[in-house]
Design a protein around this ligand. Sequence first.
Ligand code: FAD
Length: 418
Amino acid sequence: MMGEIENRTIVVGAGIVGLCCAYHLFRSGFNVTIVDRAISGDRASNGNAGAVAVAEILPLPKPGIIRQLPGFLFSPLGPLSIRLRYLPLLWPYLRHFMVAANMQSFNAGAAAMASLLAPAMDDHEEMLESIGAPTLLRRGGGLFVYKSEKARRSREAEWSLRRELGINAEPIGRSGIEAIEPALGPAASCGYFTDDWAYYGDPKVLCEKLLNYLRGVGVKTIDEKVYGFELTNESYPSRVITENGQLIFDHLVIAAGAWSHKLTKLLGDSFPLETERGYNTTLSKPGVEIKYMTTFAEDHFVMTPMDMGLRIGGAVEFAGLNASPNYARSKALVKLAQNYLPNLRTEDGIEWMGHRPSTPDSLPVIDRSPNHRNIYYAFGHGHLGLTGSATTGRIIANLARNCLLGIDLTPFRINRFN
Ligand SMILES: Cc1cc2nc3c(=O)[nH]c(=O)nc-3n(C[C@H](O)[C@H](O)[C@H](O)COP(=O)(O)OP(=O)(O)OC[C@H]3O[C@@H](n4cnc5c(N)ncnc54)[C@H](O)[C@@H]3O)c2cc1C
């Protein structure tokens, strides 16, 4: 049994990744405190599309994407856009992104994500069971649709790679789509159906339930911004400096989403983290009945039939952490959805923007600091932070306990771009 003195553990960040780290650390006997500058604030973890998207293992940088770069600069409402003014600040990330955009890195990245996400569904289910919320996750699979057979064939190699890496997916024709999702009009011509997919009826409810559980079992929460760290004589940083004071720790986890790099730099571990801003609209009365979460592959958006309405979202926008949202992007996605859902009603939508923590190779950072043995990193999950959260939390707790991990963490190192 660990002594109280040795296991004071601070988790910075109350997003889904920080909460899952706190959950697993608590279950492993650590004395956990969560620090967040806005415990009940909005964040990526609250407003996302809700998917546990185990099938979504392919990295964003892939061969051919660099040729499209000029187009991204001049199509502000396209699926991926870069604000021209932001380009110089994006360079440290972009240069590594471009290096990663080759077939070898793409295949290796997909394999690494497949190994990380293989246990994700079980990890979510086990955690939900133990916090008394087993019904939050909707199993049943997910649908990918294409507008034409030609478009689907053009992605056949990617689907083969997914299958080689253990993902279950079956091709589905127009009649199959009509049978399982009759609200989809003829623009949804064919696709794939995968069992390796589930979704939460509301990701915010998951975060709230997890936070309530943690508070209920004695995990402390502190609503303060973390500014820095203080090193002790043994050259271990042992204090977190917050806006109101200092907190002593024996173990520290940085899970501060798209802001994590600001903190890791202070600990001597720089990382080229960026934010991929994403948008959605939630329609409380969509006028259509949808059963499955669906990805519209050519138009790069998804829809999720959530508890509070139909959420339509996606988009990748590189414009940094401080620029104000451009909700024309949310509107553009709803317009695209109307092409597939002829009866969609779009009044009274609630628009939202969130910051995905994005790494140049689409792989998260899950690591122990090379400089400090008692500091761990859990951030950069990009489009898959909800999906990978429970597994990441389990891995971080195992790292802190010096247990066998059952996964090779080499692809997820913090210093892989140094
Ligand atoms: C439109 C959209 C749709 C998405 N859909 C999905 C999906 O369907 N499935 C999926 O798996 N993922 C999805 N994602 C991605 C997912 O939401 C994120 O990867 C995930 O929420 C990141 O969680 P996090 O805990 O790392 O960060 P966050 O949720 O951003 O939490 C980070 C926390 O750190 C705190 N913090 C930061 N700096 C400090 C500091 N200095 N001191 C104290 N606190 C600090 C912040 O206040 C924040 O609460 C989507 C994202 C977007 C934007």
